[in-house]
Design a binder for this molecule. Structure first.
Ligand code: DOR
Ligand code: ZN
Ligand code: ZN
Length: 423
């Protein structure tokens, strides 16, 4: 295929123009003088900007176990609409992914059903497992997130760091949550910031107990406080292999919004103050935050409206326009966007050939256009059924999403069912 009249974002953060040849699912060549070959498909990209497909390294598609909340096929459709071409799925399924047998079974489902590329994490327990190289990372929940107890014991945390090369951590130390919270205690006080501080201290002490060469790569999931920014700055300066993720909801909402929009913005860790949000924005500016993960965690509207609403926000369907909104707000540059949407997560998780628009990389491409609120596509794909970002007024729209050289999504329609690849 030849993509003609293309204008694409380079890893350096500037735009290049010309034609782009896609061969065997890869970006084969760029060039202003590339001519179509005989019978070659041509995709005219005039009027679009082409961005690398986003890697969203933090999703909960909830299959197996809770397909009524999302499922792999539907979640991957929402991903395509949001400009996401690769997802890493979290292991807090029902039952959780704590054995390679369960991991394999889940991988079989993704291989069949996911329209985007995918990887699957493994759920840490107190037992050591021989995980194979296809496991993208081991998830450590320091607050309970499945039927299993949380990992708050520091000695166990240290052992997990010895056992596994890469860990992704939900860093809220549940032992610091109030035991019998008053009925009217707000969500962010039920899960206070001291729980995060305590988790960071345990992580740091556990890492320092090991010789540098024996320490795992640590991914701090969904950073949401100024304390995490300070900690990350120091740990990175000290040379730790630390990668930091934040989620869109922490950049677009504060604790006051949560009260207003209860229970739709109820999420763990909770959304915090304007000062915390400023610290995260500073973290973006300083490149302290390595990538964005949506923490796409859909629940049904009925569940959210119930007396005990579950935590979680669905975000994947709008994520790339939201990130582009950060550019419009002058909070990040195009170069930073590039790192936040693909190169950062590719590096953290060792995902090869998907770190941007380069010759030889896989052709995961998103074609975007400026739009007005009036023409924005309002149909919702996720089973969560709600777009908490509607008021943001994004003026970018994903018009086409290509995965491994195949256009899967075009203007509201899913046009190809070829599964994505394991990463
Ligand atoms: O709000 C959340 N929802 N936080 C988590 O850590 C898990 C997630 C879920 O699976 O619903
Ligand atoms: Zn989490
Ligand atoms: Zn999560």
């Amino acid at each position: 295929m030849l993509i003609s009249n293309a204008r694409w974002l380079t890893p350096g953060g500037y735009f290049e123009e010309g034609n782009m040849r896609i061969e065997d699912g890869r970006i084969a060549r760029f060039g202003s003088k590339l001519e179509p070959k005989k019978n070659e498909d041509i995709l005219d990209a005039r009027g679009y900007l082409i961005l690398p497909g986003m890697i969203d390294p933090h999703v909960h598609f909830r299959e197996p176990g809770q397909v009524y909340k999302e499922g792999i096929r539907n979640g991957s459709k929402a991903a395509l609409k949001g400009g996401v071409t690769t997802v890493l799925d979290m292991p807090n399924n029902r039952p959780p992914i704590t054995t390679m047998k369960r991991w394999q079974e889940k991988a079989g489902r993704f291989a069949k059903k996911s329209l985007v590329n995918w990887g699957i994490l493994f759920h840490a327990t107190n037992k050591r497992h021989a995980i194979d190289s296809r496991v993208k990372s081991v998830k450590i929940f320091m607050a309970r997130s499945s039927s299993l107890t949380s990992i708050t014991d520091e000695a166990l945390l240290t052992r997990l760091f010895e056992w596994y090369d890469r860990v992704s951590i939900h860093a809220e130390d549940e032992s610091q949550f109030p035991v019998n919270p008053a009925e009217d205690l707000p969500h962010h006080e039920r899960r206070p910031r001291k729980a995060i501080v305590s988790a960071l201290q345990k992580i740091e002490r556990s890492l320092k107990r090991l010789e540098p060469a024996k320490r795992p790569t640590v991914i701090l999931c969904h950073a949401n406080t100024s304390e995490e920014m300070q900690w990350a700055r120091r740990m990175k300066n000290e040379g730790f292999a630390l990668f930091v993720e934040t989620a869109p909801h922490y950049l677009f909402f504060t604790q006051e919004d949560v009260q207003q929009a209860w229970p739709w913005l109820k999420v763990n860790p909770p959304i915090r103050t304007a000062q915390d949000q400023d610290a995260l924005k500073q973290g973006l500016a300083e490149n302290l935050i390595d990538f964005i993960g949506t923490d796409h965690a859909p629940h049904t509207q009925n569940e959210k409206r119930s007396a005990a609403p579950p935590s979680g926000i669905a975000g994947i369907e709008w994520v790339l326009p939201l990130m582009l909104n950060l550019i419009d707000q002058n909070l990040i540059t195009w170069k930073q966007l590039h790192r936040l949407i693909c190169a950062g997560a590719a590096k953290a998780y060792g995902i090869e050939h998907r770190d941007g628009i380069k010759e030889g990389n896989l052709a995961d491409l998103v074609f975007i256009k400026r739009t007005t609120q009036a023409t924005v596509n309002k149909k919702i794909v996720t089973k969560a059924g709600v777009n908490v970002y509607e008021h943001v007024g994004c003026c970018w729209q994903v018009e086409q999403t290509m995965v491994n050289g195949i256009v899967k999504y075009r203007k509201g329609k899913f046009i190809n069912e070829e599964p994505g690849q394991a990463v």
